[in-house]
Design a protein around this ligand. Structure first.
Ligand code: ADP
Length: 640
């Protein structure tokens, strides 16, 4: 900690802050007004915090001071001053809090900011907020005088011209809270103009639930919009409130506003954002719904109000059924909070379902942004069915990789004798279309869900069933299950045609020979019931975990060996029939060995898992060499 804590010290900013200050001071001339929003929002947060301390019975500094924000504008002095009676900061807090930019992820934010064009910059700043430092867009010098609400805390001031250092000085007296003096740059004198400031507040900070005074006069009307009846509110008011609450310039995608009396009395207003910013580290898995008790803010972004898979929602829950002086620790196991959560989840899921039915495009927009988070909902056992209804997948009946269907769409198209919902994972649409595991499904016209996202496998195995239909990966299905389903083209079941062509006893012998050749690389070699076009395919032997799931686990733990699979052979395929003939005349034929090895490699490749592709090279070349001899041979015969 710099200094002894009693004298004035000068400190250097961290390198990343210097960089940010440089960008703010030199390259941004539009949208500078957001600094007012940032300062007001910090003041409001500070007031929330001290009010919470106060209602929970803690002794605070200057308890008689009202909770409010006041702004003073002085054109002559070129000064914009904002004062709050909030929580204030101790010396240590000044050093650590004012030393961090816009939550976490500063480095990546800066990178994006630097790489963005001049036009995009204000937009980025508007979206994420750069917090306190935005003040240097308008000020050439800034002074903070603050006193923590902790009883008998000392007052301190912080001052900087934004060029590289700041100073900390002890103050003899100051009331609880924080005062920020912004010495305006010559080109930013508009921020000493009352009319201009009023407009900015109207635009960004209309919903601050504390009085905002401008030069002594209260400017804002305080309303808790979530407590007003829906009929009294216009869509613009919702949008405006969202922008304020989520500190964004983007409009919400949708919102849900309701009040309930039983089992809990509460007013709820939650928003579905348009964009998912979680990929950036600024909003690292943060929850966005805040808890209020009788209009008093208790906690921002409270994790206990919603399950993680709905963490992207923003908004407010205000209840009558909790005491005002509840401590944050006890909130975690509070029965009332649990009831709120239960009800809220149901309502949110119902809202999404309605959106999916009535506003399809909007729902798809939601899905595109938040699917990755929402899918985590497969672990919500109580709401499994509702979560399941909202999932979307690409499938074999879709005409493009972007088309999406639901489980219900799938079920409505199921074959008469079909009992399960089938899926397969692969890296993409084209790979999926080529997958030999799907041949029998194509033949029978059975739809298969195509999964591209690794989490999908977990979702499917987690859900297990949907509306009493088992969900199964095609590589784990017991093919007896498909026997009753008629072949789509011929309208018959497959055995009748198959048995005619394949001599099962002979083929079994060939399979045993193939197993000898491949050794431990495969667990078993058997005649396939599922192939119609490909000669061979690899299958999971134990039926407990799908092939894709194994690959995911392998990715996670590279050292884990991928267990060997079983090889299935298509007895009707001309290549296999030829191999049968070769085998019949000489079981130890070396050409047979060569071909079997190469076939195994092709199956590995098709399965998307060929760890050592070079192994294939020599074998292929050998075969090509031989086939070129035969080709010449045949040509010679043809020409004779
Ligand atoms: P953010 O508000 O996103 O955390 P800021 O840069 O705006 O980022 O502020 C950094 C921190 O400084 C805040 O989290 C808060 O702890 C502290 N702070 C800023 N303004 C005030 C204020 N008016 N009163 C008390 N603390 C404040």
């Amino acid at each position: 900690m710099p200094g002894t804590g009693t004298e004035t010290i000068t400190q250097e900013f961290k390198a990343e802050i210097k960089q940010l200050l440089d960008i703010l001071a030199h390259s941004l001339y539009t949208n500078r007004e957001v600094f007012v929003r940032e300062l007001i929002s910090n003041a409001a947060d500070a007031l929330y915090k001290v009010r919470f301390e106060s209602v929970s019975g803690k002794e605070i500094q200057d308890p008689e001071l009202p909770f409010e924000i006041s702004i003073k504008l002085d054109k002559d002095q070129k000064l914009f001053t904002i004062t709050d009676t909030g929580i204030g900061m101790t010396r240590e807090e000044l050093i650590s809090n004012i030393g961090t930019i816009a939550r976490s992820g500063t480095a990546s934010f800066l990178k994006e900011l630097k790489e963005s064009s001049q036009q995009e910059k204000p937009d980025l700043i508007g979206k994420f907020g750069v917090g306190f430092y935005s003040v240097f867009m308008a000020g050439h010098k800034v002074r903070i005088i603050t006193r923590s609400a902790q009883k008998d805390a000392e007052a301190w001031s912080w001052e900087s011209d934004g060029s590289g250092t700041y100073t900390l000085t002890p103050e003899t007296s100051a009331p609880r809270g924080t005062k920020i003096e912004v010495h305006l740059r010559e080109d930013a004198l508009e921020f000493a103009d009352k009319f201009r400031i009023e407009n900015i507040i109207r635009k960004y900070s209309n919903f601050v639930p504390f009085p905002i005074k401008i030069d002594g006069e209260q400017f804002n009307k305080i309303s808790a919009i979530w407590r007003e009846p829906k009929s009294a509110l216009k869509p613009e008011q919702y949008i405006e409130f969202y922008k304020f609450h989520a500190n964004t310039e983007e409009e919400p995608l949708s919102y849900l506003h309701f009040s309930a009396d039983a089992p809990i009395q509460m007013n709820v207003l939650v928003f579905f954002p348009k964009t998912n910013y979680e990929w950036t580290s600024y909003a690292n898995r943060e929850h966005g719904v805040s808890l209020f008790v009788r209009r008093v803010h208790i906690q921002t972004g409270m994790k206990e109000l919603l399950p993680d898979y709905l963490r992207f929602l923003k908004g407010v829950v205000d209840t009558e059924d909790l005491p005002l002086n509840i401590s944050r620790e006890t909130l975690q196991e509070n029965a009332v909070v649990f009831k709120i959560k239960t009800l809220l989840v149901k309502r949110v899921l119902t809202h999404l379902k309605e959106m999916a039915e009535k506003e399809k495009d909007k729902y798809l927009e939601f899905w595109k942004q938040f699917a990755r988070i929402f899918k985590e909902g497969y672990i919500d056992f109580t709401n499994r069915e509702q979560v399941g209804e909202l999932l979307r997948f690409n499938s074999s009946s879709c005409t493009s990789p972007d088309e999406l269907i639901s489980f219900d769409d799938y079920i409505s198209r199921m074959k008469e004798a079909q009992k399960s919902i089938y899926y397969l994972s692969a890296s993409g649409y084209e790979a999926m279309k080529q997958n030999p595991l799907l041949e029998i499904y194509k033949q029978k016209g059975i739809e298969v869900l195509y999964l591209y996202d690794p989490i999908d496998e977990f979702v499917m195995t987690g859900l297990q069933t949907f509306k009493e239909k088992t969900i199964q990966s095609v590589d784990q299905v017991d093919l007896k299950e498909l026997e009753e389903i008629k072949d789509e083209k011929t309208g018959t079941t497959p055995e009748s045609t198959e048995a005619e062509k394949v001599d099962v006893r002979e083929m079994d012998k060939l399979c045993r020979r193939i197993k000898d050749i491949l050794g431990d690389k495969v667990t078993d070699v058997r005649i396939s019931q599922r192939l119609t076009e490909s000669p061979v395919v690899l299958i999971n032997p134990d039926g407990t975990m799908s092939g894709q799931m194994k690959k995911i686990l392998h990715l996670v733990n590279q050292s884990a060996e991928l267990p060997p699979q079983a090889l299935e052979v298509n007895g009707k395929h001309p290549l296999i029939q030829n191999l049968q003939k070769i085998y019949n005349s000489n079981p130890n034929d070396s050409y047979l060995t060569q071909v079997v090895e190469q076939l195994y490699f092709t199956a590995l490749m098709q399965d998307g898992y060929m760890a050592e592709p070079y192994k294939m090279v020599n074998g292929i070349r050998e075969l090509l060499k031989e086939s070129s001899h035969w080709y010449l041979e045949r040509n010679k015969q043809d020409n004779q």
